[in-house]
Design a protein around this ligand. Structure first.
Ligand code: CP
Length: 306
């Protein structure tokens, strides 16, 4: 049971693997030549809606010579219509890999336990590793280096913030999180991230006020305040995150050449002001494109023979 190579979280990769995947993503973007998935068919199993992740995996798999078969939430009923173990053991008889977007990260871990084929996290409540790798590819292409840069995440200490934090901690990028008390990255996760940061030389910091956090930032990053599955908390969250909006005034406090990043979809009037995605410092659409290149690097790594 199980398989040597999965991508469930950035925390499960070594720092060296993170660095290599980012380097490969940058290179693949320039070359676009590998056919590592020739003859392979990958199942895309999504419990939640997606634009970027679904399209970048489908396109990337085809460009690498493989094929993708997409299953939406109502088709499979993962853990509802059928147990996670049974779904996994059926899929592995027909497919060469599973890319899954789930509400509960434990489902991914269970899939990885039963699958003898690679399992890739396409977003869970705990992490979004493919997004974080694309984010580092974007930073690398903007700055030419990652070490010593200062990334400031403004908002909810959610799955995006966690994966980005582990990614920054792997490559020597300083990581500052500005979030209101009660919405910080969980203590245990932050501790683990900080341990990794010590070996790469990254500095990790939590700051309550975004205006303090973004000073000297090379990158100001935000994400939605209410993630998929948290809709019942929306009113409470809008109140808690008032004052955490990224807007042109906040960007002025960062370095003049700082970039603005957002993994999207974005909610204008909430975590960003209207027009922020088109701000002169925004690289949000490059980030979206880099999902494709970073994931091709992941697939090439998973299906290479070494
Ligand atoms: N950023 C991201 O994962 O986008 P989708 O939800 O559209 O896949």
């Amino acid at each position: 049971m199980g398989n040597d190579k999965d991508l469930l979280s950035i925390a499960n990769l070594t720092s060296e693997q993170v660095r290599q995947l980012v380097e490969d993503g940058v290179q693949i973007k320039q070359e676009r030549s590998s056919r590592v998935l020739d003859g392979k068919i990958i199942a895309l199993l999504f419990e939640k809606p997606s634009l970027r992740t679904k399209s970048s995996f489908e396109v990337g798999i085809r460009q690498l010579g493989g094929q993708a078969v997409y299953f939406g939430r109502d088709e499979v009923g993962l853990g509802v219509r059928e147990s996670v173990a049974d779904v996994t053991r059926v899929l592995e008889r027909m497919f060469d890999g599973i890319v899954a977007r789930v509400f509960d990260h434990a489902k991914l871990e269970e899939m990885a336990k039963y699958a003898r084929i690679p399992v890739v996290n396409a977003l869970s409540d705990a992490e979004h590793p493919c997004q974080a790798l694309a984010d580092l590819v974007t930073l690398q292409e903007n700055f030419g280096e990652l070490g010593g840069k200062r990334v400031v995440f403004v908002g909810d200490g959610n799955n995006i913030a966690v994966s980005l934090g582990f990614a920054c901690a792997s490559v020597g990028t300083d990581y500052v999180v500005a979030s209101p008390p009660g919405y910080r990255i969980p203590d245990g996760v932050w501790k683990k991230m900080s341990q990794r940061a010590q070996s790469s030389g990254s500095r990790m910091e939590w700051v309550e006020r975004p205006q303090d956090a973004v000073r000297d930032a090379d990158c100001v990053y935000t994400d939605v305040w209410t993630s998929m599955g948290q809709e019942a908390e929306q009113a409470k969250r809008l109140k808690a995150f008032g004052g955490y909006q990224v807007n042109p005034e906040l960007m002025k406090l960062a370095k003049p050449n700082a970039v603005f990043m957002h993994d999207m979809p974005a909610h204008e009037g909430e975590e960003i002001s209207k027009g922020m995605l088109d701000h002169p410092q925004s690289v949000a659409f490059d980030q979206a494109e880099n999902r494709l290149h970073a994931q091709k690097a992941v697939l090439a790594w998973l299906y290479s023979n070494d």
